[in-house]
Design a protein around this ligand. Structure first.
Ligand SMILES: [Ca+2]
Ligand SMILES: [Ca+2]
Length: 206
């Protein structure tokens, strides 16, 4: 019959491996170490995920505004505007740094905002033309006026605008100022404004 020994060898020595270690790390099997490793990995993954989420947030929202307090708003004409310090006056984007104090306290003409236009302007006030060197104020997009000079602020592929508004007649303009719509006030005035003459022959009038 085989003799059964308690834990340890035939000389009565307790099995090594499972003895308490100095420093209080009690009874640690390989299983325990793997659990600790999993814990560490989970913590690292959480840390990396948080970091990635922060980076994504900055990428989506953009860097903090260059002008403290500068806020976007929508004007009564449904265009991008600049919110004055009174938090209620919303002035059109193109009134910022135009040399006229439009906000009651002149914050639209502040040195910090206007010292190196357009770089010193908050991004929401600026739009780019087809020629990357040219820019316009964001409220000048799709307003019917050829602000870029090549109509890229009014026409695809650079800009996608809604069809001509009720006060406008759709036609290819012969006038530099307009692009694909002319004001109806120019219809039937005996002067050609559309290359197809539709302003004089098809447009019902102002
Ligand atoms: Ca102004
Ligand atoms: Ca325009």
């Amino acid at each position: 019959m085989n003799k059964i020994f308690p834990q340890g060898d035939a000389n009565g020595n307790a099995a090594a491996g499972s003895k308490a270690l100095p420093g209080g790390e009690a009874d640690c099997s390989p299983c325990c170490y793997s659990r600790r490793g999993a814990c560490l990995s989970a913590f690292l993954i959480l840390l990396l995920t948080t970091l990635a989420a922060l980076i994504a947030l900055v990428a989506i929202l953009g860097p903090p505004s260059r002008t403290p307090g500068a806020q976007a708003c929508v004007t009564q004409m449904n265009r991008t505007g600049f919110l004055c310090n009174d938090r209620s006056s919303c002035i059109p984007a193109s009134r910022v740094c135009d040399g006229v104090r439009t906000c009651a306290h002149g914050e639209d003409e502040e040195e910090a905002l206007c010292r190196a236009v357009p770089q010193s302007l908050p991004g929401f006030l600026v739009a780019h033309c087809g020629d990357p060197a040219s820019w316009i104020y964001s409220d000048q997009m799709c307003d019917g006026i050829n602000n870029c000079g090549d109509c890229s602020d009014e026409l695809s592929p650079v800009t996608t605008c809604l069809p001509c508004g009720p006060g406008w007649w759709p036609c290819p303009s012969t006038v530099f100022k307009y692009c694909s719509c002319i004001p109806r006030s120019l219809c039937r005035d005996h002067v050609q404004h559309c290359s197809d003459w539709s302003d004089e022959y098809s447009c019902p009038g102002p």
